[in-house]
Structure formats: structure tokens, C-alpha cells
Ligand binder design. Structure first.
Ligand code: ADP
Ligand code: MG
Length: 147
């Protein structure tokens, strides 16, 4: 049953293979579980009761974690790709893991080397996630244990 606990487990597994410089593009409709997955990932590399607010209004939240800095973006309200530079985009890319909800808002700034996660509703408390590595991240995603 791919319930919220399953989403959390996926977040933990994903967190275990990420390192600074990596970017995860999180796709799916409102309520699909992008933030739930991000929260579980961030808690797994900080501590289980860490405050992980949704970056809906702030557009970005940053964390110091066991895998280095993690920057969690929600770009739904971004007015244009270049606005990410005002959020510290260059610093995020240089030194952090970037988790990006609504990655299409980046337009041409979306990097080719990335993990793509797409989440879909599959019932009230069930979700389906597909996860693929692109470019330099393809081999690492393929080699990881997702079971
Ligand atoms: P998004 O960031 O994609 O808009 P959220 O993670 O904020 O979505 O919201 C997902 C909502 O769906 C939360 O209220 C969460 O409790 C609920 N939910 C129910 N089942 C699941 C599941 N299997 N995985 C993730 N979230 C779930
Ligand atoms: Mg969200």
C-alpha cells in the first residue's frame, strides 16, 4: 500500500544517495506529496522531529544536514526563471542538495543532471511515484536499492 509511510520511506532512500551539487525535480499536482516526500527526506538527514515548513510563501527553506546543506524550493510563485538568483540559486547549486517543487518554473535553468520524481494521486491516501536519474545522476539512481 503506497501510503504516506511509503512516501516517507522513499524520501529517506533518496536522501541516502544525494550529495552536494545534486538537484531533485519534484513534479505532480497540488497535494501529490512533493512536500511530504521532501519533509521525510530532510528529517532523515537532520532529526525526525525537525520543523520542515512548506516553502510555499518563502519560496525556499534551507537546512544544515548530515549530507551538507539542503535547500528546499517551491517555485510555484516564481515570476520568471531569473528570480531564482535572488533566492541564492548559485550558492544552492555550488554547495547544496536542491529539492525543487514546480521545476518547470526554472525554464532553461533546469540542469540536465538531475533526479526526476513525479508523484500522482492513486486514491485518497495512496500515491504513485516514478523516479529517474538524468545525465550524470542516471547511473547513481540506477545503482541504488529502491525496494
Ligand atoms: P504537494 O507538495 O505535492 O502539493 P503535500 O506534500 O503538501 O503536496 O501534500 C500531500 C497531502 O497528501 C498531505 O496532506 C498528506 O498528508 C497527504 N497524503 C495522503 N497520502 C499520502 C501519501 N501516500 N504520500 C504523500 N502524501 C499523502
Ligand atoms: Mg508542496
Amino acid at each position: 500500500m503506497p501510503d504516506e509511510a511509503a512516501t516517507a520511506a522513499l524520501g529517506r532512500r533518496l536522501g541516502a544517495i544525494l550529495r552536494p551539487g545534486d538537484l531533485v525535480a519534484l513534479r505532480g499536482d497540488l497535494g501529490a506529496g512533493k512536500s511530504a516526500l521532501s519533509r521525510a527526506l530532510i528529517r532523515s538527514v537532520t532529526h525526525e522531529d525537525a520543523e520542515v515548513p512548506s516553502p510555499t510563501f518563502t519560496l525556499v527553506q534551507t537546512y544544515d544536514t548530515a549530507i551538507g546543506p539542503v535547500w528546499h524550493f517551491d517555485l510555484y510563485r516564481l515570476s520568471g526563471p531569473d528570480e531564482v538568483y535572488e533566492l541564492g540559486w548559485d550558492d544552492a547549486r555550488a554547495e547544496a542538495v536542491a529539492l525543487v517543487e514546480w521545476p518547470d518554473r526554472l525554464g532553461p535553468l533546469l540542469p540536465p543532471d538531475r533526479v526526476e520524481v513525479t508523484m500522482r494521486h492513486d486514491g485518497p491516501d495512496a500515491r504513485r511515484a516514478t523516479l529517474t536519474g538524468h545525465g550524470a545522476l542516471a547511473a547513481r539512481v540506477a545503482a541504488a536499492d529502491w525496494t
